[in-house]
Design a protein around this ligand. Sequence first.
Ligand SMILES: Cc1cc2nc3c(=O)[nH]c(=O)nc-3n(C[C@H](O)[C@H](O)[C@H](O)COP(=O)(O)O)c2cc1C
Length: 322
Amino acid sequence: MKTRITELFGIEYPIVCGGMLWLATPELCAAISNAGGLGNITACNYDTGEDFRAAIHKARSLTSKPIGINITLLPSMRFTEAIYDDFFRVCAEEKVTAIEVSGKPAVKYLDMLHKAGVKVMHKVGAVRHALNIERYGYDAVIAAGIEEGGHPLNDDVSTMVLLPRIVESVKIPVISTGGIADGRGLAAALCLGAEGVLMATRFIATRECQVHPRIWDELINRQENETALICKSVGLQGRALKNKLVEKILKLESQGATIGELIPLLSGARVQQAWKTGECDDAAFMVGQSIGLVKEVTTCQELIESMVRDARIIMEKNLARI
Ligand SMILES: Cc1cc2nc3c(=O)[nH]c(=O)nc-3n(C[C@H](O)[C@H](O)[C@H](O)COP(=O)(O)O)c2cc1C
């Protein structure tokens, strides 16, 4: 499978792991990269640039393949601008393969990153944002549909429409995300003009993702209608697994709660703890509608190989039909 994305990153298959706070660790990153995709280390897992650098070194001790990084530039109480500066500087010094940026555009860092040979992509939820990303000089853009876990743009446009709209609007390669978890999604995204796919939820259900096994059971048992958009009312939309805490958040929002009242319920520490304990009702787990497609726990290699094999079969079958 050769696309501009496999060429750009020097990877075998156009399958990329998205940022996952607390879960996109060096171990998971290396497993995905070793399987021929592009793994991800999420910088915001770490408090300082040097802790983050140590994580890159750890991943490099586990793989010699290209590795990716996520840096999320959303309003944060944990990070100052100086720490973000450190994260980007470390990426340039370590010459990582690629960075997935989300939130605010990383315009001020682009020159430094390109001089270091680092490729930069940005996750967007609208054609107007994709056009800006291309104009700023990014190498690729990620079209994120409303199905995605994490923080989909409050334009609420689905992958099926957003992806071809962005593909027809920019010349840089487009990666599709939001609702993709198997070979069918990979085939569909390629047919709609994507040159790669990015997934997160599906990678949680892999042996190399360090969560409590109860989380895997939960992902397998829950269906596509069991996520909810929270914090839309306070301008911080996120898609989370429906559970007792999420119901409470939605109720508070319907009663006009302020962001200050909601923040204690959304604390990152609470989520970090819950991934480890497997206590599924106590945290706002950011997962996508693609949980409906999660049927089993596999290794990253089994997942990536099966996706590529199934996508090829689907495309050949459909070609034979017409
Ligand atoms: C557990 C989890 C944590 C996430 N954390 C981040 C993050 O820190 N930064 C970010 O840009 N996106 C984050 N996302 C969003 C993903 O990178 C990706 O855009 C999205 O989940 C893709 O949709 P999918 O879950 O259907 O594959 C997260 C997603 C999940 C499932």
